[in-house]
Design a protein around this ligand. Sequence first.
Ligand SMILES: [Zn+2]
Length: 272
Amino acid sequence: MPELPEITVICRQMNKEILGKQVYEIRVNQPKCLNMPVKAFAKIIVGSRTRRVSSKGKWLFLKLDSNYYLLMNLGMGANLLYFKPDGWVPEKFQFKLTFTDSSGFTIRFFWFGYIHLVHQKELGNHRLTANLGVAPLDGEFTKGFLQRLLAGRRGRIKPLLLDQKNIAGIGNVYIQDILFNARIHPNRVASTLSEREVGKLHEATKTVLQRSIEKGGLAYEMDFYGQKGNFKSEDFQVGYKTGKPCPACSNPIEKIRTGQTASYICSRCQRS
Ligand SMILES: [Zn+2]
């Protein structure tokens, strides 16, 4: 499932390839992904030009010159692929957008995703994106922000960090190494973290995500050009490394159940 690094990589590549292009047509094979009937959707989007692509959490926002936004959420995973003018076009897709220069992109969800068209004025009312929390690589994500978020919270740290309404973009993949780097057990009660631990958690969040972006995202996710990322399983420190030695103390890494999710931890470095 794509998390912040993969979405960030796609966002940068989209900005490089499709800005200022005019929409020629759309093809929709899964109308349920849209937030309006296909005809109405096409009427708004065809003819408009692309302005800028931004991302928040697991969502991509493609701004159009008509003041509409094309919002895309890749759900549990999807291939969002660029095609060049006269280039190869993927045969299987749920959504295809072609520009007047014959380039475009296709989206193929592995399970389900969303493709919504929302006017700028209505963005604040868009149920799925309006309540997204702070993005961990934005300026707003400061140590002070994290301290305020966790203060007085009696819930466990891991689900709090995964809740997209608090912080947008971290999922069960990168959280493993983030918590390990900060030496925090996923079951710790949020309010019991010391100021020093919050500081380490703040640093670790940025470092782990940034490291993956530099490597082009996960090796099992494709970017806008259909290339796989370079962040491979050996690049994880504890994530998905059951039984392997902890990189800090050599204690075997354990896989444990934490609420709804699985966690990979070193029980010596991350005390509960
Ligand atoms: Zn250890």
